[in-house]
Design a protein around this ligand. Structure first.
Ligand code: SF4
Ligand code: SF4
Length: 316
C-alpha cells in the first residue's frame, strides 16, 4: 500500500486524501450513510487520511464510515473561527461529533488571509494550546494566498500546509501557479508536510482531470492531494491514477465529461450579500437585488453556500 511521509510529522499517508466537502450539504448533500459508505470504500482500498472542516458538515459521514473500522486513519479538520474562543469550540465539536480524543491535524482555515500569522494570531495560539492539551496532534494552515504560504516557512509551529494549487492557478488570490509552487517547495524544504486542495479548481478542470492531477502530484515537495469523490468508480479511478496503475479509459471518459456549477435559487434570494463577502474569489455580486455568479471566477468551493442564511446556494 502506497505511503508517503507527510513532512516531519511522523505521519505516513496515502497521497490520495479523501476530501469530504462534496459529500455534505454544501454540495451533493449525501446522507451520512451514503457518504460514509464511499469513504469506507476508499479506506478499505488504502486511503488513510480524511479532510474535513467545521464548515463542511461532514462529521456524521466520517463517523458513519469509521463505525467498526479497525484500520489506520488520520482525520484533518479546519477552523475558520475569527477568535480563540470559537476556535476552541470548533475543535471540541469536531472531537465530540467524530467520537475521538484527538484530531491528527487542525488547520487554521485561512483562505482569505494574506497574513494569518498577524490576522489570526490568537486563533493560532489557541490551537497550539490545544496541541499541548493533547487534543490536536499537529497544527496546520490552509491557504489560498501565496504570501501566507511564504510566511509559513518561518513558522515551525505550522507542521502541515494545505495550499490551493492547480495548473491554471485558478483561485490563487495573489499570483500564479508557478509562484505558489515555489512557495510550496520552500515550505517542504523546511520540513512541513504538504497536501494540495483544488487540484481540479472545484471541478472547473474536470475535462482534463488526469493531466491536472498529474501536474499537482508532480510538484516539488507535494506529499498528497485532497480530492472530493462522489462514487465508488471515482474512488477507484483516482486510486489507480495516484498509484501509477493503468487508467480505466471508460471510467475516466465518463468522469471527465461531468460538469458542475453553482446554483443560486434567485427567486428566494434576499440580496443580503453575505455570500458576496464569503467568496474568496470575487465571483459573486448583487445585481438587481439578487446574487449572481461569474462562472469564470468561481472555483466551486461552496463557501458562499455555507454563508447563505436562506440556504439558496448549492454546488450541483
Ligand atoms: S461563488 Fe461561491 S463557490 Fe464560487 S468561488 Fe465564490 S464562494 Fe466559492
Ligand atoms: S447570502 Fe443567500 S440570500 Fe443573501 S444574497 Fe447570497 S444567495 Fe441571496
Amino acid at each position: 500500500m502506497k505511503r508517503i511521509a507527510l513532512g516531519n510529522t511522523g505521519m505516513k499517508i496515502h497521497p490520495l486524501v479523501y476530501g469530504t466537502l462534496p459529500l455534505g450539504p454544501l454540495q451533493a448533500g449525501l446522507s451520512p450513510e451514503e457518504g460514509g459508505r464511499l469513504i469506507r470504500h476508499a479506506l478499505e482500498l488504502g486511503v488513510n487520511m480524511l479532510d474535513t472542516a467545521e464548515l463542511y458538515e461532514t462529521y456524521p459521514h466520517i463517523r458513519a464510515a469509521l463505525d467498526g473500522y479497525q484500520g489506520e486513519v488520520y482525520i484533518v479538520s479546519k477552523t475558520h473561527a475569527p477568535d480563540a474562543k470559537l476556535a476552541r469550540s470548533h475543535v471540541e465539536r469536531a472531537l465530540r461529533e467524530l467520537g475521538r480524543e484527538r484530531l491528527d491535524i487542525v488547520h487554521l482555515h485561512g483562505a482569505r488571509q494574506a497574513d494569518p500569522f498577524v490576522e489570526r494570531a490568537d486563533v493560532l495560539e489557541e490551537l497550539l494550546k490545544m496541541k499541548e492539551e493533547g487534543k490536536i496532534a499537529h497544527v496546520g494552515l490552509s491557504a489560498h494566498y501565496i504570501s501566507a504560504v511564504r510566511k509559513a516557512v518561518d513558522h515551525p509551529e505550522i507542521e502541515v500546509l494545505h495550499p490551493l494549487i492547480n495548473r491554471t492557478g485558478m483561485g490563487i488570490i495573489d499570483g500564479s501557479a508557478e509562484e505558489m509552487a515555489e512557495a510550496i517547495a520552500a515550505c517542504s524544504r523546511s520540513g512541513k508536510g504538504i497536501y494540495a486542495m483544488k487540484a481540479l479548481a472545484g471541478g472547473n478542470l474536470i475535462a482534463d482531470a488526469r493531466q491536472s492531477l498529474h501536474y499537482v502530484l508532480g510538484l516539488a515537495g507535494m506529499d498528497g492531494v485532497a480530492v472530493g469523490m462522489l462514487s465508488t468508480a471515482e474512488v477507484e479511478a483516482n486510486l489507480a491514477l495516484f498509484e501509477g496503475a493503468a487508467p480505466d479509459e471508460a471510467t475516466w471518459t465518463t468522469l471527465e465529461s461531468k460538469r458542475r456549477k453553482l446554483k443560486i435559487m434567485d427567486r428566494f434570494c434576499k440580496g443580503c450579500g453575505f455570500c458576496v463577502t464569503a467568496c474568496t474569489n470575487d465571483a459573486l455580486a448583487i445585481v438587481d437585488g439578487v446574487a449572481r455568479v461569474d462562472e469564470e471566477q468561481c472555483i466551486l468551493c461552496g463557501y458562499c453556500a455555507a454563508a447563505c442564511p436562506e440556504f439558496m446556494i448549492r454546488v450541483v
